[in-house]
Write a protein that binds this ligand. Sequence first.
Ligand code: RTP
Ligand code: MG
Length: 157
Amino acid sequence: LGNGASSEERTLAMIKPDGVSGNYTDEIKRIVVEASFNIVKEMLTQLDKDTASAFYDEHSSRSFFPDLVTYMTSGPVLVMVLEKRNAVSDWRGLIGPTDAQKAKISHPHSIRALCGMNSQKNCVHGSDSTSSAEREIKFFFKDVVSGDITSQQHDEL
Ligand code: RTP
Ligand code: MG
């Protein structure tokens, strides 16, 4: 491909409250860059109950949902749009399985093994499909139009 941009893909990554408060942001961003992702947008923000509930709407009927919303609103999160070839599956691979306790055994070099605690406090999020990525990127960055990401965004709390 002459124009490399056409093979790029974007995913929505998030450092969850335990990752931010545990001071893992710099280390995770180093891993992101080392793995050849381009950070095209980032935003440090505090989720409120409605926003966290809407973001994880697919889990609204699950028993863990109230705890998930409490966890996700417990402190600031760093939301990022990551770009590279196969960004969605590559980021999922890098973060490891949902249960950080299991990740420490089966995927010891994964991000969740590095900074996660258990099946809930797993320090990072990643879109699970290209369609989820599209929804989640629009959810946080309504101004991002496909192919028109030109500037970094650093919103402060
Ligand atoms: P994420 O969406 O945050 O990237 O995580 P995931 O795909 O690996 O896992 P998912 O099934 O989508 O679950 C979303 C988040 O809900 C919390 N959770 N708690 N207590 C529990 O059993 C439980 N199960 C899931 C986790 O924070 C999980 O990442
Ligand atoms: Mg998920």
